[in-house]
Structures are given as C-alpha cells and as structure tokens.
Write a protein that binds this ligand. Structure first.
Ligand code: FRU
Length: 506
C-alpha cells in the first residue's frame, strides 16, 4: 500500500466525517445496531411492508407488526407516514386482530370513484385489502383459515374500520391463500387482485372491491419453487416507450442464497392473464435480507419498491434488543435490456439526497493504479458510489472493519463474474447457523464499465451494481461499529469514488 496516498485520502475522509461520531446511547432510535437511514418501528417486531400507498402528498407504510414482543406473534398492521419515503413518523396501530384472526399482509387502494360505497361525500375511502389469518382454524387442521377482508378509512388513514361483510374473498380450500395486492386496471374499469395461492399467483377482478371473480392462475410450472409463494405485486413499467408488466413473487424458502427472496417475471397482462416474455428465473435482489417487498400504489408512472430487510431463516433471532428488523431503502424500479432479455433494475430513490450530509469526492488521479486504499471512518450510515472504466473488469472489493478484526467485504469476483457480500467474519452470528455466509449475485451487464453503489447503515448493507441490475442486501452485527474502510482495486482505473455520509432520519 502506498502509505502517503492512503494517509492523504484517510485524512480527507477523517476531517469530513469525524464530526459525526457513531452514537451508541440508548436514546430511542439510537440503540446499538439501530438503522439510521431506514425505517424500523420504535419498538418490537416488524416483518413485511403492507398497504404502501401515496395519497395527498403523503406516503403511507403499513407493516406486519407484533406490538407486544420482539418475535413474530399475532399480527397487527403498524402504520408510518412520510413526505419523502426516507423520514418516517410512526402513527398508532391501524389494524388489530379480531374474531376473524390476525391481520396478515395486503395492500391499500384509494377508491376515488367510491366503487365500494365505503367512502363519504367528498371523502374517498382508503381501502385496505388484507388476509385474515385464523389461528384457531389453522390449529384445528382446517385448510380454509386464510381469507381476504377489507378495512377502510375516510380520514386519510388516521382511523380505520373493518368492513362488516368480511371476509370478501373466501378460501376455496387452499392452505396458503394470502397477501392480496390490488390496483385499478383503468382499461377495463375494474380492480385487479394478485393473490399468492400456495405454488402460484391467482388473479381476481372486482368492480366494487367486495365481489371478486377469479380470472386466471400463473406460475405453477415457472420460476423458483423451493418454498411457498407469497406477497405478489403486478404493475406496468415502460421500456423504450413500450409497456410491459412486472410480477413480483416472494418465496420462502428457496431463495438463491437460501431462505427468503423475491423473484420477478416480466411479461404482458390483458386484464385477465399474465404471460411472461421469458422463462428464466430472475431475482430482484439476490441477498439474504430483502423479502416480501412490493411497490407503492398511486404513484403514477413511477414505481418505488420497499422490502423487508430480513430472512425467515433467522429474523426471529437477530441480536437486537428493543425492536427486531427493518425495511430496505426505497428503490426506484426500471426495466433494462441486456443480453437479449429484459431485467428489472433497482436503485435507491433520489429522495435519499435529502439526508446526504456532504459529498466527498476522492481525487481520481490519487486513485489511479492505487491498491488498498485505507481510511478511517467515524460514522454510519454512508452511501458509497464507485465507478470503474476499464478494459476488463477485475476483482475489486470494499472492506469495512473494526479493531476487533470483524470485517464485512463487498466485492466483485471476476473469474466467476459475480458480486458478493462476505459476512462470514462480520460480527455476531452464533444466533443462527445460517447467518455467517457469503452471498452472490451474477453480473448480467456486459459493459466494460462497472459501477457499484452501496448504502451502508449501522447493521445493513445494500449493493446496487451495474446501474441496479445486480443487487444484494444483507444485515450484519459487529460487536463494535466499523471504523475502517479499505479498498482493493487491482490497478483498475477508478473513474469516480464518492462517499456521502448520511444524516440520521431520527
Ligand atoms: C411473508 C408472510 C406473508 C404473511 C405474513 C405474516 O413474510 O409470511 O405471507 O402474510 O408474512 O406475517
């Protein structure tokens, strides 16, 4: 290592970052491992994001929540709101379990035309369509313990009422029958529901959100089937002016790096049937910790995805005390054509700029042909952007570490043409045999340029490579915060290296 260059970069970064030392106080939202740029509930358990919708200038995020403990339990819908999808304010719980069961995952629509009759004069209803999960029925061995129900709000989500005629879509005898995601299909002036039905997605339609008609089934013979299908989402996206439809399907277990993960299909939808354009299995994020993600409704042509940063293999065991688990950074989705196929790219939303404290551009000349750049960091979260211009993409890696020798490595393995997150020595892992892993995502881009964007928070890393075509998300739990950053670039010319310390959202 060239010590002079290393020290110079180190001191630039130190000066910029040292004012914001990582806090390990027990102030709410500032406990050890608490994410500073991501949503997590003030206390207790969280899993799937639910009912994500934009309405009258506010983003609503509901979430699977157990407000009496830090492990999964009788499910409620927690509720948080935001003006920018980055800063969140937690509101009172929206939906409580009732005589029909726990409140499992689902969606929220704005019934502008009062098709349901649940709105009041001049006050369209926000309608939640969710799964009622009856634990007694499950225990008794029934196969009909999951049914779809409605709840509504006519005060912009502040208070909620369950619909008196619940459930509105009764289980025909399929054990896994859940997670309705509903949108308005304007062409046919009707609502369309995607529902996870064990090993496939079933599409239903309705004119009033109350009476549902089955349209078609998709996927029994397609995609990954290592586990049950959950949390679908169907939405249109354009590529070069042409409309395609994207279907997200979460699956647990059976993900590409074990446990939970979300696959997607690109295709066409005619209001009744979804027809994929490719039979290749693709994943929105190959990492172990991005699950059950769906998109915000009512955002026009823009499609923003948010996932649960957890994996059912160990989500109940991760070593946080006051709360457990969190959401990913919101991600803007787009379609890209590469290697003759259409892929879904994900990138952090532009609103993340609101929490960028400063941008530190590391001088390209200093970085040229350098190897093993070293610096001292004092703070998370940080967004890192790396861009390489090269004749051939070689191995490169970024390592975060601490004085205990704990280290998290994110890098590119040229021989196998794949990006990886290595958390084998990243910190605590004794809580689960499935945790200390290296996860991989294949590179699909064929470009001679390579880029990597990393969002690193107190206990999470999200990698978006090649413009968001190859993504990995993972959580980690070092015994002490990481204070060192080093990089190996094997002589590849770095076009750009930017560090952006992020302000806490709390
Ligand atoms: C996905 C999931 C959903 C279900 C919810 C229960 O993580 O299993 O299928 O509705 O979690 O909390």
């Amino acid at each position: 290592m060239d010590i002079k260059k290393g020290l110079l970069i180190g001191s630039i970064l130190m000066a910029a970052l040292s004012s914001q030392a990582q806090k390990t106080t027990t102030k709410p939202y500032h406990e050890p491992y608490r994410l500073q740029a991501h949503f997590s509930p003030k206390a207790h358990w969280v899993n799937d994001p639910n009912g994500m919708v934009y309405y009258k200038g506010t983003y609503h995020l509901f979430f699977q929540h157990y407000p009496k403990g830090t492990v999964w339990g009788p499910m409620h819908w927690g509720h948080a709101i935001s003006k920018d999808m980055i800063h969140w304010k937690e509101l009172p719980i929206a939906l409580y379990p009732d005589q029909l069961g726990y409140i499992f995952s689902g969606s929220v629509v704005i019934d502008e035309n009062n098709t349901s009759g649940l709105g009041a004069k001049g006050k369209p209803a926000m309608v939640a369509i969710f799964t009622h999960h009856d634990p007694k029925g499950e225990k008794a061995g029934s196969s009909k313990f999951q049914n779809q129900s409605l709840a509504y709000s006519i005060d912009e989500g502040q208070t909620w009422k369950k619909y008196a005629g619940n459930p509105v879509l009764k289980n025909p005898g399929i054990k896994d029958f859940r997670d309705p995601k509903v949108f308005w299909y304007d062409k046919d002036k009707k609502w369309v529901m995607s529902l996870a039905t064990k090993d496939r997605i079933t599409f239903y339609s309705s004119l009033n959100l109350k009476d549902w008609k089955k349209e078609s089934d998709f996927g029994q013979m397609l995609g990954a089937h290592g586990g049950v299908w959950e949390c679908p989402d169907l939405f249109p996206l354009k590529l070069n002016g042409k409309e395609y439809w994207v279907l997200l399907v979460s699956i647990n277990p059976g993900g590409p790096n074990k446990g939970s993960a979300t696959q997607y299909f690109v295709g066409h939808f005619d209001g009744k049937v979804f027809t994929p354009t490719s039979t290749q299995t693709k994943w929105i994020d190959y990492g172990p910790d991005d699950y059950a993600g769906v998109t915000f409704g009512n955002t026009g042509n823009r499609k923003v995805f948010l996932g649960w940063m957890g994996n059912w293999d160990y989500a109940n065991q991760v070593p946080t005390v006051k709360w457990r688990n969190a959401m990913t950074i919101p991600r803007e989705l787009s379609l890209k054509l590469t290697t003759g196929d259409i892929y879904l790219a994900s990138n952090p939303v532009k609103e993340i700029k609101k929490v960028v404290a400063k941008t530190i551009k590391v001088d390209a000349a200093l970085l040229a042909k350098n190897n093993n750049i070293f610096s001292v960091i004092k703070q998370t979260p940080t967004q890192y952007t790396l861009k390489f211009k090269t004749q051939a993409v070689k191995d490169y890696s970024v390592m975060l570490s601490n004085a205990n020798g704990e280290q998290l490595i994110v890098g590119y393995d040229a021989k196998n043409s794949r990006y990886y997150i290595d958390r084998t020595k990243a910190g605590q892992h004794g809580f689960s045999k499935d945790f200390a892993t290296i996860s991989y995502v294949p590179r699909v881009s064929t470009s001679l340029e390579s880029d990597m964007q990393l969002v690193v928070d107190a206990s999470s890393v999200e990698l978006f490579a090649d413009g968001g075509l190859s993504n990995l998300t993972g959580v980690f739990f070092p015994k002490k915060p990481y204070t060192r950053l080093s990089m190996v670039n094997n002589g590849m010319e770095i076009e750009d290296l930017e560090l952006q310390p992020l302000r806490s959202i709390w």
